[in-house]
Design a protein around this ligand. Structure first.
Ligand code: C2E
Ligand code: CA
Ligand code: CA
Length: 346
């Protein structure tokens, strides 16, 4: 069966017969090098031997609006699966894909809220991935329903970041806590320096907005290490694992596994933050001395950075590594100029 011969009647029967299931694709924290969670990806299990990919039925479901029925029927399964996953490891997150139409009524958010109220799930483990269609097709209820999710503590991730026309603009419009770099950007990184610059700039920008950065479509160790050095925080892709049925995902999670955990990527980000902070500080001093009484437009940048040298991003990285690198002369030499810079800032 493929996209050409699937009808809405088929989809309605599949919901009625409970034929949709989630597969879970593992995600790894690039900071610690351990499993951090999974993305739930829908599959249509027509029989024990026939598994239909979402690319054959999600477009029809979305364009017809039937996706709402599918999502609502799946959310209770997701919650059931999450209970099992979090029983094994409470730290594992689960993210699922939602469409614009899922937010035109309060039903989805109500269902999630009820599950949280009944303590069925730890709401902090739940993430929702949204594409820009949520903005482009939003109605007057969408923003309110998404706001409720944010208030519940559900993380919102912008999926396929870097593909659409309005991605950048959207980041400012909805309460996203993370972006998911599109796999196209990641696969094109290999082909030219220009594409690598696009990937690096997207990561840098999301980081400046204080967001986590998930990279998907990682198919090799080289891509993993490149993205890690660039400052991505979470990785997903065939190199780590293909999407797995729940029992296989549970087996995968229960094994002790480690992926590269190089912290230099975040260090690089912290350094850039500092350069920006130092520049803002100097601009602020300059601006104040020349325009007495007026407020500097760069103040918010400074305000956003703590004057405490142990809690700024570089400080967090530095003091977090202290045990590991203490005694290394280059590492120790970083402390004094960093502390002095903060004193001057104060
Ligand atoms: P997506 O959200 O961008 O999901 C990532 C897709 O990339 C998945 O395809 C995944 O299997 C695939 N993938 C993961 N790692 C790699 C890799 O290393 N290399 C390559 N080439 N591909 C990789 P899948 O499962 O076929 O899903 C396709 C799309 O269907 C998803 O794209 C998402 O937009 C949609 N979708 C899946 N499940 C749901 C759902 O429950 N609800 C809705 N509304 N959409 C869904
Ligand atoms: Ca997704
Ligand atoms: Ca995606």
């Amino acid at each position: 069966m493929n996209s050409d011969n699937i009808t809405l009647v088929d989809l309605a029967k599949a919901v009625a017969n409970d034929e949709f299931v989630y597969f879970y694709q593992p995600q790894v924290s690039m900071v610690t090098g351990t499993l951090s969670g999974a993305e739930a990806l829908i599959r249509w299990k027509k029989s024990d031997t026939e598994l239909i990919s979402p690319i054959h039925f999600i477009p029809l479901a979305e364009s017809s609006g039937f996706i709402k029925e599918i999502t609502i029927s799946m959310i209770s399964k997701l919650i059931r699966d999450m209970v099992i996953i979090n029983d094994l490891n409470p730290a594992l997150t689960v993210s699922f894909n939602a469409s614009a139409k899922d937010f035109s009524s309060p039903l989805l958010v109500d269902t999630i809220e009820q599950a949280a109220r009944d303590h069925q799930v730890n709401i902090a483990s739940l993430r929702i991935e949204l594409t820009e269609s949520v903005i482009l097709e939003s109605d007057e209820h969408t923003a309110g329903n998404l706001k409720r999710l944010e208030e519940l503590g559900v993380g919102l991730e912008m999926d396929d970041f870097g593909t659409g026309f309005s991605s950048l603009d959207m980041l400012g419009q909805l309460p996203f806590s993370a972006v998911k770099l599109d796999q196209g950007i990641i696969s094109r990184m290999r082909t030219s320096g220009k594409n690598r610059t696009i990937a690096l700039s997207s990561i840098r920008m999301a980081h400046s907005l204080g967001m986590d950065i998930v990279a998907e479509g990682i198919e090799s160790r080289d891509s993993y290490v490149f993205l890690q050095n660039a400052g991505c925080t979470t990785g997903q892709g065939y190199w780590i694992s293909r999407p797995l049925p729940l029992d296989k995902y549970l087996a995968f999670s229960s094994k002790e596994r480690h992926w590269p955990a190089l912290r230099l990527g975040l260090f690089h980000m912290a350094q850039l933050d500092h350069i920006q902070w130092r520049k803002a500080l100097m601009e602020s001093v300059f601006f104040r001395s020349f325009s007495e009484g007026e407020r500097s437009s760069v103040d918010p940048i400074i305000a956003a950075n703590d004057h405490d040298h142990t809690t700024c991003r570089l400080g967090k990285w530095y003091y977090g590594q202290k045990l590991e690198y203490a005694g290394n002369s280059l590492f120790d030499a970083l402390e004094e100029p960093h502390r002095r810079l903060h004193e001057i800032g104060r």
